[in-house]
Write a protein that binds this ligand. Structure first.
Ligand code: ZN
Length: 141
């Protein structure tokens, strides 16, 4: 699914008025309430974060489940100096993979970093309403 808008977006996020499916609508409503959903395959049990509607392994339907973990450790990161045009005003910025105690990993921006990121540092899942219709999740240090 590709979401296109007329205006250039300055920030990664989910547009709350662009839900194409009931699955996506439910995901966005949870995000609006500052809850992140993952999904689990109804056939083979594989979990996906961020959620996928269909299983990557067996193509069966997945169901949304609330992610209950909020604290993670920095597993890996990249500092983006040369950003795509839509994000150039934000560069340099940090894209990080956080690992929850369960082993699940999530990729998101770290937006409140005051120094260099360090592998193993504590991260907390945060949310942001970028504007009236745009939502995102992010890592906070
Ligand atoms: Zn499956």
């Amino acid at each position: 699914m590709v979401l296109m808008t007329e205006e250039k977006e300055l920030y990664l996020g989910y547009a709350s008025d662009k839900a194409m499916t009931p699955f996506m609508q439910k995901f966005l409503e949870a995000l609006d309430g500052e809850k992140l959903m993952m999904s689990k395959c109804t056939s083979c049990g594989t979990e996906f974060l961020p959620p996928r509607q269909h299983c990557q392994k067996c193509l069966s339907e997945c169901e949304l489940q609330e992610l209950t973990e909020t604290e993670a450790k920095l597993h890996s990161y990249v500092i983006v100096d040369f950003a795509p045009e839509s994000l150039s005003s934000k560069a340099p910025y940090v894209v990080a993979i956080g690992e929850f105690p369960s082993g699940k990993r999530l990729t998101a921006h770290i937006t409140n970093l005051m120094g260099m990121p360090e592998v193993g540092m504590s991260l907390k899942l945060g949310y942001e309403h970028i504007d009236a219709k745009k939502l995102t999740y992010k890592w906070l240090v």
